[in-house]
Design a protein around this ligand. Sequence first.
Ligand SMILES: [Zn+2]
Length: 224
Amino acid sequence: MYNEPFADTTIIGCPHCDLLQRLPELAPGASARCPRCDKELWRHRADSLNRTLALTLGAALLYIVANSVPMLGLTIVGRAASTTVIGGAEHLWSNGQQMVAVLVLLTAVIAPALQIGFMLAIVLGAHRERPPRWVGTLLRHHPTTRTWSMIEVMMLGVLVALVKIADYATVIPGMALFVLWVLVFLLAGIQASFDSREVWERIQWAEDGARRSSAREQTAEGTT
Ligand SMILES: [Zn+2]
């Protein structure tokens, strides 16, 4: 059993104070705020889907590079060693730091992969004429992957470690370190260019498309 939606789909509830209101047509770049709690409800981003797709493809490529080349090299009294991000987690695990290893793997490898993968699937799905319902499922879970993706936190940790061990060993920053920094900015760029409302508006409804189009027609008749 599904609820009957309002025929007028421009009416929304503020997610913070529940005030019902009507979203205006916005020029690209403009934003609409709730009159009661001042929360930004929608920012109309120009060419959102294409820009997000380009940034996400770039991020996917950088992610693959960042996880296949060394992140850090160390030279201590003539002995040299280098490690990738995943290699670092393996070292932690074998040195008795299982909890930290799992956290590093989750926040720096798995969550970013899901974040990029979900976004890629959402944007590619939304490019279809009528995006399928799984796009909505991914869209709902994408913020969780974003919350757990903490590459920038790991990068800060690495910087601190670099400074601390510089006295004892020669540290050679690996290629992955630079790639990861660029990736941090790309992920922020995806966030800034993505307009979830644009995707929600196009996703197929639960029962069928008929009700949706009839709702559309009613609004059209009401306004003419
Ligand atoms: Zn509000």
